[in-house]
Design a protein around this ligand. Structure first.
Ligand code: SF4
Ligand code: SF4
Ligand code: SF4
Length: 250
């Protein structure tokens, strides 16, 4: 048993050393020493910025951070081979074959408007605000802003969103497009933050108004003591009226 324990400790140490070696190689491979954060920035700048999540991370930035920490850099379907090649060059590593399962063509979302029930679920799912519409009204996709991320399809309760494949000339996401997608994603996040702040401000204003109204009602209403005094006075007047002799003038 002690031999087994020693063996498992040795394996744990070797595993940790292996992970450290990958990190050291990845950081050391770049020409100048850079921090993990700035390496993640450089990696992020090479990713397609659709935020589709197909790499297994909730967006491009988290995948960039994972790559900076040693995760394989060949798991981004929208980036295709050219992103793997760019990352291999940045990291001074060998180009790896794509590890992505089925490769879907780049597509653009299209809403079959006659079937749309205006539930807004697709708007909430779109990371780049490429869908226009309002509650209970028909929605439509701004095709030029759609990254093809596919994230609006699953939430649609009536399944009225199609992903239409783009021509082969438009299959590659260029760095300019990626920069544009990232700017739209940042604007989307700012809008969400602004909406959350405004929502909270409206909630606080409603609470303050309700408090003020309650205070006004309390001020206007007679106090308990005043109500008791009034009730005693009424009772006394009633009693006096009842004890007055019939025909008395006073
Ligand atoms: S575009 Fe690539 S890196 Fe970004 S979320 Fe999708 S799969 Fe991940
Ligand atoms: S419209 Fe749909 S597919 Fe297009 S960017 Fe928005 S969520 Fe993605
Ligand atoms: S999720 Fe579907 S039904 Fe709901 S607004 Fe979007 S397209 Fe219309």
């Amino acid at each position: 048993m002690p031999t087994l324990a020693l063996l498992s400790s040795a394996i744990a140490v070797l595993t940790a050393l292996g992970a450290l070696a990958v990190l050291a190689l990845r950081f050391g491979a770049t020409k100048t020493p850079i921090s993990e954060a700035s390496l993640a920035d450089q990696i992020d700048a090479l990713l397609p910025q659709t935020q589709c999540g197909q790499c297994g991370h909730p967006g491009c930035r988290p995948y960039a951070e994972a790559i900076a920490q040693g995760e394989p850099f060949n798991r981004c379907p929208p980036g295709r081979e050219h992103t793997v090649a760019a990352l291999a060059e940045l990291l001074h590593e060998k180009i790896l074959p794509l590890d992505i399962g089925e490769l879907k063509p780049k597509a653009v979302a299209y809403i079959r408007e006659a079937e749309c029930i205006g539930c807004t679920k697709c708007i909430q799912a779109c990371p780049v605000d490429a869908i226009l519409g309002a509650a209970k009204l028909m929605h439509t996709v701004i095709a030029a802003e759609c990254t093809g991320c596919d994230l609006c399809v699953e939430p649609c309760p009536v399944d009225c969103i199609d992903m239409l494949p783009l021509p082969s000339a438009q299959q590659v996401i260029t760095l300019d497009q990626a920069t544009h997608y990232k700017a739209r994603f940042s604007a989307h996040n700012l809008r969400l933050q602004r909406d959350a702040i405004e929502h909270e401000q409206r909630r606080q204003a409603r609470r303050a108004a309700a408090k003020t109204k309650a205070a006004e009602v309390e001020t206007a209403a007679p106090s308990k003591q005043e109500q008791i005094q009034a009730a005693i006075a009424r009772a006394k007047a009633k009693k006096m009226a009842a004890t007055k002799p019939a025909g008395s003038q006073q």
